[in-house]
Design a protein around this ligand. Structure first.
Ligand SMILES: Cc1cc2nc3c(=O)[nH]c(=O)nc-3n(C[C@H](O)[C@H](O)[C@H](O)COP(=O)(O)O)c2cc1C
Length: 182
C-alpha cells in the first residue's frame, strides 16, 4: 500500500467482526512498533495484547458509557493496551532534558500511529481510545509503578467502513516564517 494512501485511508473503526487475527499479522504490527522512532532510541513503549474476553470486558468497563468506542472493545478479538515506562524518554542522567519533562506521551503516540497504519495496511481496523479511567486499567492489568497506561485500541477486521471526519485546511495550521499575528 502506498504511504499516502495508508495515511489518508486509515479510519477509526468502531464496529468489528469477531474473526481471529492471524499471528503473522500481530507480529507485523509489533514489528512496526519496534521500529518506531523514540527519544534517543529509548523505546519506552510497552504493549499488552489482551485476548481474554473477560479482561476485554473489564477494560471496556473503564470507558464512560457515551464513549463511541465502548462496544468495539468487546467486539474486536484483541485489545492492545499501550503503556510507557516513566522517566526514560526525554531524560539525561535522570534529569529532564527539556521543559516538557517526560516525552513518553510523544513516543507512545508515534508508536500508536505506526501501529494503526500498519494494521490498516494489513486490512485490520483500530481506533485510538484515550478517554477512560487510566488508573483502573493499570489495576486490572497489574501495570508496574514504573510505567503508565497511555491509550488502548481494539484490533480486528472492520465490520463497517469508518466515516471520514473533515480536516482543517492548510491555511488554518501551516504558517511560514512566524507564528501568525506576529
Ligand atoms: C489521542 C486520541 C484519543 C482518542 N480517544 C478516543 C476515544 O476515547 N473514543 C473514540 O471513539 N475515539 C477516540 N479517538 C479517535 C478520534 O475520535 C479520531 O481519530 C478522529 O475523530 C479522526 O477520525 P479518523 O481517525 O477516522 O481519521 C481518539 C484519537 C486520538 C488520537
Amino acid at each position: 500500500m502506498d504511504l499516502m494512501e495508508a495515511i489518508k485511508g486509515r479510519r477509526s473503526i468502531r464496529k468489528y467482526k469477531p474473526d481471529p487475527i492471524p499471528e503473522e499479522a500481530l507480529q507485523k504490527i509489533m514489528e512496526a512498533v519496534q521500529w518506531s522512532p523514540s527519544w534517543a532510541n529509548t523505546q519506552c513503549w510497552e504493549v499488552i495484547v489482551v485476548k481474554e474476553p473477560k479482561v476485554k470486558s473489564e477494560l471496556a468497563s473503564t470507558l464512560i458509557k457515551t464513549n463511541p468506542a465502548l462496544s468495539s472493545m468487546i467486539e474486536a478479538p484483541i485489545v492492545i493496551v499501550l503503556c510507557g515506562k516513566k522517566g526514560i524518554s526525554g531524560f539525561k542522567k535522570g534529569e529532564a532534558a527539556t521543559v516538557k519533562g517526560d516525552w513518553l506521551m510523544f513516543d507512545t503516540g508515534i508508536a500508536m500511529q505506526t501501529l494503526c497504519l500498519t494494521a490498516h495496511s494489513l486490512g485490520l481496523g483500530t481506533v485510538v481510545v484515550g478517554l477512560f479511567d487510566h488508573k483502573r486499567v493499570e489495576e486490572i492489568l497489574g501495570v508496574s509503578q514504573n510505567a503508565e497506561v497511555v491509550a488502548m485500541t481494539p484490533l480486528g477486521y472492520p465490520a463497517v467502513e469508518g466515516t471520514t471526519p473533515k480536516r482543517k485546511d492548510f491555511s488554518e495550521f501551516v504558517f511560514y516564517d512566524r507564528y501568525p499575528g506576529k
